[in-house]
Design a protein around this ligand. Structure first.
Ligand code: HEM
Length: 370
């Protein structure tokens, strides 16, 4: 009897789950979706991968991720909706206003890349920005599959200038700004895993694609390690970078350390969490996934949104490599502000690290496809 009951229960459970997961055929005749509202995002994912990102973790993917932050952070609990309504697409709908904020230098490339899609796909600007970022990240080996909720109404006004943190800002000012948008200092550390796939086009005069770590095309933990490495304090900073940077040991190989990243790695509020991320792929994946899920819906009413995460491609798996001190560096350069034991890591062989310029490992920026 117990056995029979279990069979009956199982059958019911199977029926219920079949109903939950019944998929609808999408109008394009190609995709199916759990909710019809997600169909357009399946199509958009294909388009982005083929026409914008080449399914790689290249420059356009990096820029799309940065744009998610610069849109969402246009929000303030303290000042209210008149200064911005968060992840609402205002950054592309009111670009001429928001681009006047110097902290938004360089985001015009991502806007130019994505904005034309608003007339090709029936999606709102806020949905486009956050979805493109999630698709972009999926191309970076080791990244988590980000959540994507659909249904952000279009912004009705631009975000106020001054809401986006700058690399030269004092660390307490950065924490306060993030807190005013709903993020704790440790959530900011989790978000800064993004700087593992990041390069600057604007901070150093006459230089583009200046990487923040030695592996700018993989979502690994190197940035958390390399931000902790002391540079040659006697070398003058390159023209234009002074306030935004602190010296780093791979300057000759083209790398830079952001003042803000370094200050966050040293603050009593975040130093231990920063160090915890070093060589901890699982922690950066989980932390980034959760913090990005929150960032992507800043200012939005999630009860009116539909979960279309299924349209975000499954990410490229992590490269099977532990964090290492780049060649020419080592543990003697560590600047540690937290007492917890530091992982024992190998040093890459050789005199100096070569930092690739393109996702395929090419060292000539002009050869990169995107
Ligand atoms: C304290 C907060 C932050 C500061 C001060 C900051 C600052 C910067 C700066 C100065 C750049 C270089 C821009 C350029 O010159 O082209 C940059 C790049 C980037 N940032 Fe941040 N950032 C912060 C947080 C974030 C967050 C939360 C994300 C994502 C969720 C993010 C994602 C990126 C990405 C992907 C790039 C690389 C863009 C590219 O390679 O073209 N950043 N960030």
């Amino acid at each position: 009897m117990v056995f029979k009951l279990s069979i009956g229960f199982l059958a019911l459970a199977t029926l219920a789950s079949a109903a939950n997961f019944r998929r609808v055929a999408c109008p394009d005749g190609v995709h199916t979706a759990t909710n019809e509202a997600c169909c357009v995002f399946h199509e958009l994912a294909d388009f982005l991968q083929t026409n914008k990102f080449d399914s790689t973790c290249g420059e356009d993917a990096h820029e799309a991720l940065r744009l998610t932050f610069h849109d969402a952070i246009g929000f303030s609990f303290e000042q209210g909706p008149s200064v911005g309504t968060g992840a609402d697409g205002s950054v592309i709908l009111f670009e001429s206003t928001e681009l006047m904020d110097p902290a938004n230098n360089g985001i015009d490339d991502a806007i130019d890349n994505l904005k034309p899609l608003l007339s090709m796909f029936d999606v709102t600007a806020g949905d486009l920005v956050q979805f493109a970022g999630a698709v972009a990240v999926s191309n970076c080996p080791g990244a988590p599959q980000l959540q994507f909720m659909a249904g952000r109404p279009n912004a009705t006004h631009p975000a106020a200038l001054g809401l986006v943190p700058k690399p030269e800002d004092p660390v307490d000012m950065i924490f306060a700004r993030m807190e005013d948008a709903g993020f704790s200092p440790t959530e900011l550390v989790s978000l800064l895993a993004s700087h593992t796939i990041a390069r600057s086009d604007t901070l150093i005069d006459n230089r583009q694609a200046v990487p923040f770590d030695s592996t700018p095309f993989t979502f690994d933990t190197q940035v958390f390690l390399e931000v902790l490495l002391r540079g040659n304090e006697t070398l003058p900073p390159a023209s234009g970078e002074a306030a935004a940077q602190v010296p780093n040991p791979l300057a000759a190989q083209g790398e830079m350390r952001l003042q803000s990243d370094f200050a966050i790695s040293q603050s009593p509020q975040t130093a231990c969490f920063w160090q915890f991320m070093v060589n901890n792929q699982q922690a950066i994946q989980q932390g980034f996934h959760d913090a990005m899920a929150k960032l992507a819906v800043v200012g939005q009413d999630t009860s009116k949104m539909i979960d279309c995460s299924e349209a975000v491609p499954v990410p490229v798996p992590a490269v099977a490599k532990q964090a290492t001190f780049p060649a020419g560096t080592g543990p003697e350069l560590l600047q540690l502000a937290c007492d917890s034991p530091f992982p024992s890591l190998a040093t890459d062989p050789g005199q100096a690290t070569t930092i690739p310029e393109c996702p395929d490992g090419d060292t000539n920026l002009n050869d990169c496809p995107s």
